[in-house]
Write a new protein. Structure first.
Length: 544
């Protein structure tokens, strides 16, 4: 049976119609209700002219309407484009213009803040606001409609619990929709290390296989309660919803203001699974967790960067009943590797091995496979590999290349994604991250991994967050500097001495940072990762 992205919701609605699907604040929707709202919204999008391959942007925080819109777009055959709600007008304008968005789902306050930018988006003809403002027009061209009069007309519900329990064919209740599971389902814009973001095009098969693979190794069940704290514009954030819906689990949406909000949500909803990136995990380790507040958590996952061993140890104390899953992924291929929890004690710095239904190899520049302990580029092959970058043939050709493991006798191209990350595998086949190829620091003739320096700094126990970057230096080529936030405030000069001493103890001379800079806060990109590009820009003239 062909499964589309929206099938993740509708198949669970058939099997678990009365089971809680989505929680937000004081609202809790079962699968039947959420599916009904989604089908109504899909028909309304169809009336607005949204059809196969049309792009619909969703510029919202995490709400019930956000999830409904995402699955409704897929059901109508369109392509959903989740836009990070933290982005400003110029950034939103770039995304809407880059992929010719026709319909935008957002809030009226956001429309007002970016109205001038919206007038520069020629394909955009309709804006739907979730807070139900009266209908009006922008520049006599773009119609603005309220959610209740377009996507949210609950009085027109076309499904009932009875139809789900009788396994009624959902297909008959939907618009025409996509044709095959290789149709586009979503465009996810990456933060990018240079220039404007790139739109990664994902097909339905990519997203369904990803949900099936992750829920398999996380051993998700309908009894799981998953907390969604990361933005849906981040594939890792959206994965909390798709993984849950694949098995009929419950998702609780949280747009937190303070890390303590996460503690409260875990305790209130008896959360069993939570995902985060290293900076957020670091913040959560600094909170005073009430006794038994985290006892319900059975697993926690990390991606978006290597988790420091010190942070991992603290989290294992906080989540004493939970299994840690350390993962590595690419937006271009969703998720690539994970480290089984039983291996964490023995290999805490490993990325693990390929997830189910993925092939991951380490190769030399000529495409031949590296030997054990030989650094090379990670290459991912299989059904998780995306369709490439939207409207960017040169960038696509640079990253999506023939699979190095394909038999020569097969003449048709089978593409893999070449990650740009340097890794190596040990004798047992477990992978270890060395560094991002374009983040590697070249100093005194050596190539230095920022991660290795950062791990040493974290091991001091004195920092909350840290980043090692290379800054142009007249003698060294690049000098290594450390940017960090302190756990306990002290004089910057004394802090610098102690960090340098720690590095001198653990690292060879060429890896010793030339300077340590203390900041009150670290800059983060839209996905919550430390913004290295911003740090390099901030200190580019340090040794000039």
């Amino acid at each position: 049976m062909t499964k589309f992205f929206h099938s993740l919701l509708f198949e669970s609605a058939k099997r678990y119609s009365q089971h809680p699907a989505l929680g937000f604040k004081d609202s809790l929707l079962n699968y039947s209700t959420l599916a009904s709202k989604t089908i109504v919204a899909a028909h309304e999008l169809d009336k607005l002219g949204v059809s196969r391959a049309d792009r619909v942007a969703i510029y919202l925080p995490k709400t019930i309407e956000t999830v409904t819109a995402i699955f409704a777009v897929s059901s109508a055959g369109g392509v959903f484009v989740p836009v990070n709600p933290l982005l400003k007008g110029a950034q939103v304008e770039y995304i809407l213009k880059d992929c010719n968005v026709k319909v935008l789902v957002t809030q009226s306050i956001r429309v007002k803040s970016i109205q001038e930018n919206l007038q520069n988006c020629p394909a955009l003809h309709t804006i739907i606001t979730t807070d139900d403002v009266e209908e009006y027009q922008i520049d006599n061209r773009i119609q603005v409609l309220p959610w209740s009069g377009s996507l949210g007309n609950s009085t027109d519900t076309v499904l009932t619990n009875h139809t789900f329990s009788q396994q009624t064919a959902i297909k008959a209740l939907l618009p025409a929709g996509p044709k095959t599971d290789l149709d586009m389902a979503a465009i996810m814009y990456t933060s990018g290390s240079t220039g404007n973001p790139k739109g990664v095009v994902l097909c339905h098969r990519n997203m369904v296989v990803g949900a099936e693979s992750v829920s398999e190794y996380l051993e998700n069940t309908p009894q799981d309660k998953i907390l969604a704290v990361l933005p849906f514009s981040f594939d890792y954030g959206l994965s909390q919803v798709t993984t849950a819906f694949n098995v009929g689990a419950s998702v609780f949406l949280l747009d937190y203001l303070l890390p303590n909000d996460i503690v409260k949500a875990i305790s209130k909803h008896k959360i069993t699974g939570i995902a985060a990136v290293p900076p957020l995990w670091a913040q959560l380790t600094k909170i005073d967790w009430p006794e038994s507040s985290a006892d319900s958590v059975r697993y926690f996952t990390n991606s978006g960067g290597a988790m420091p061993e010190a942070t991992l140890g603290q989290l294992q104390t906080i989540f004493s009943n939970a299994k840690p899953y350390l993962m590595y992924g690419l937006t271009e291929a969703f998720r690539s590797t994970y480290l089984p929890p039983e291996e964490v004690a023995q290999r805490p710095t490993s990325m693990g091995k390929a997830i189910p239904n993925a092939e991951v190899v380490v190769v030399r520049p000529d495409g031949s496979e590296c030997d054990a302990n030989e650094p090379g580029e990670l290459v991912h092959s299989g059904p998780l590999v995306s369709l490439g970058y939207w409207n960017a043939p040169d960038k696509t050709a640079a990253r999506f290349k023939p699979a190095p493991t394909k038999p020569n006798e097969i003449s048709t191209p089978v593409l893999s994604v070449w990650s740009g990350d340097t890794v190596y595998k040990d004798l047992d086949g477990f992978l270890y991250f060395v560094g991002r190829i374009d983040d590697m620091i070249k100093t005194s003739g050596y190539r230095v991994s920022p991660t290795e320096v950062e791990e040493t700094v974290y091991a001091s126990g004195m920092v909350i967050e840290s980043a090692a970057i290379g800054i142009s230096h007249p003698e060294l080529g690049q000098a290594i500097i450390i940017i960090a936030t302190q756990k306990q405030p002290q004089e910057a000069s004394e802090f610098e001495k102690l960090i340098i001493k720690q590095c001198q103890k653990e690292l060879p001379n060429f890896m010793i940072p030339k300077k340590v800079i203390v900041r009150d806060t670290m800059p983060h990109n839209a996905n919550g990762k430390i913004d290295r590009k911003q740090l390099v820009n901030d200190y580019s003239n340090l040794f000039a």
